[in-house]
Design a protein around this ligand. Structure first.
Ligand code: AKG
Length: 266
């Protein structure tokens, strides 16, 4: 078992986000932060994360929650570090409207593995799936080993965080957001195909539409997803999993359609 790291040790391997990165994130709803963490630290996380996943698999448990488990250090030291709290707080930028920043809470973390040939990720907005009542939650995605564009690297729809909720697509039969809004990417543009080195990290806003292609390579894709949310956010039943996708469409009895066409009227 690795031991907890001091803040001083964390600061030696995790850098601050820059003003340019914060401005880019605010404009585009995502940003690539090259070498946010030192590559050797990413490799250490990979090593611990792989073992942790194997253990959890044997125990039949979920792959989420490394940072809540002190036997999975240094995940906890990293995610709960002052450096990462400050980085995330600057990106959330609640100060802009409130005058003061607001504390963030842990939302979720997990080591992700996409095997060769694994399917791509459905285009969705995290916050719509989670059912949060306000903006702020954000997801970091850290490459623990090299990830090329062909290894299912995510793509982000530029500025889509400014469009508000476009609908939850998990548990729905209407297709993902690119199918539901066929002009979305031509209208807004998409992030370039990314090539991550170990330690490179993207972060995306809760309302940024994102997804990815399948892993068409012979290599497994290893990454660490970790997410924070502002303390004041309210979620369905207080659960910030995919509860937002449980929403139901309206029915004709209580909410009849207001028709555009004379022939629709009975
Ligand atoms: O890892 C992926 O390809 C998708 C992850 C994702 O949807 C997310 O980070 O919100």
């Amino acid at each position: 078992m690795e031991k907890a790291m001091t803040e001083y040790e964390i600061e030696a391997v995790v850098r601050e986000v820059t003003d340019e990165e914060v401005a880019f994130y605010s404009e585009y709803g995502w940003v690539m932060m090259k070498q946010l963490v030192a590559p050797e630290f990413a490799t250490e996380l990979l090593h611990v994360g792989k073992e942790w996943r194997q253990r959890r698999e044997k125990e039949g448990k979920s792959f989420a929650g490394l940072a809540l488990d002190e036997t999975a250090e240094p995940f906890r030291s990293f995610m709960f570090s002052r450096r990462m709290a400050k980085n995330a707080t600057r990106l959330v930028n609640r100060k802009r409207f409130k005058g003061v920043d607001i504390p963030l809470r842990y939302r979720i973390d997990m080591v992700l593995l996409k095997l060769p040939g694994a399917a791509g990720s459905t285009y969705h907005q995290d916050a719509s799936e989670h059912g949060s009542d306000r903006v702020g939650e954000l997801q970091f995605w850290l490459a623990l080993a090299e990830v090329t564009a062909e290894m299912s690297a995510m793509r982000f729809v530029n500025r889509s965080h400014r469009e508000g909720p476009l609908g939850s697509v998990f548990n729905d039969d209407k297709g993902d957001l690119l199918e539901q809004y066929p002009m979305l990417t031509t209208e807004l543009g998409v992030s370039p195909p990314f090539h991550y080195q170990p330690g490179d990290c993207t972060v995306h806003h809760g309302y940024t539409v994102h997804g990815g292609p399948k892993n068409t390579t012979e290599k497994p894709r290893w990454s660490y997803l970790f997410s924070y949310t502002p303390d004041d956010t309210r979620y369905w039943n207080g659960n910030n999993g995919n509860w937002g996708s449980e929403r139901k469409r309206m029915g004709d009895a209580d909410n009849p359609i207001v028709s555009l066409h004379e022939t629709d009227k009975t």
